[in-house]
Write a protein that binds this ligand. Sequence first.
Ligand code: ZN
Ligand code: ZN
Length: 273
Amino acid sequence: MSAPFEVTFWGVRGSIPCSGPATARYGGNSSCVEMRCGDRRLVFDAGSGIRQLAATMTGPQEFDLLFSHFHYDHVIGLPFCAPLYRPHTRCRLWGGRTGMETGVRQVLSDFMAAPLFPLRLDFFAGNLSFHDFRPGESIDLGDGIRLQTAALNHQDGATGYRVEFAGRAACYVTDTEQPEGRLDPGILRLIDGADLFIYDCTYTDEEYPAHKGWSHSTWQEGMRLADAAGVGTFAIFHHDPGHDDDFMDGVAAQAEQARPGTIVSRDGMSLML
Ligand SMILES: [Zn+2]
Ligand SMILES: [Zn+2]
């Protein structure tokens, strides 16, 4: 049997966490996705969803934390990632240099600083290392895990990831906006033939004109990308906080009709590739 490749969504919202009865079924945590590649654990973004993931991380931990970018919805959970405070944790933190010259360590130091937060980055007692790369680079994570990265079209920059392991590929592509009238060739290359494609679906095509230039995309654009690149499963992600469960049910029904097998991600959902 080949090594397991499992993907779990711990936070599926964009912009801001949104708890409450109207979002209880799809979930209100902001972006955090875990990929387990055999014994290795890769975590994409540290939105508020990382707190629930952290609750499963008991005992000594070793994992990679890879940031798409550093907007609040993708880092706000970092100070609540409990294993980082434990000395037997090893964590490699990765960030793309997306137009700014500040590296991942400095960005997170600036975020965990008075008066914004009471604990500084050096309160983390785990063994943390910080790694900067240029989007477009490929990275060998060892143990047969290869990462391909690509620059996304987002305010302040963002990085998309493709993870290849055990003959399968899963892509995490958020936050981004498509160029007018065509599909982003960099994303098409990144997701080519992937088994799973997780994408920024903040809006619908109908809502998009009112949000043009806001650096986000639509589920229909994601589906066009998935079709053009011959992707296996397309996963709708980074839901707008204003889209309640009933609205998301409507998206799910339309998406299922347009591309059967499409997933509308929910907090706590797991997929085995
Ligand atoms: Zn976001
Ligand atoms: Zn963003």
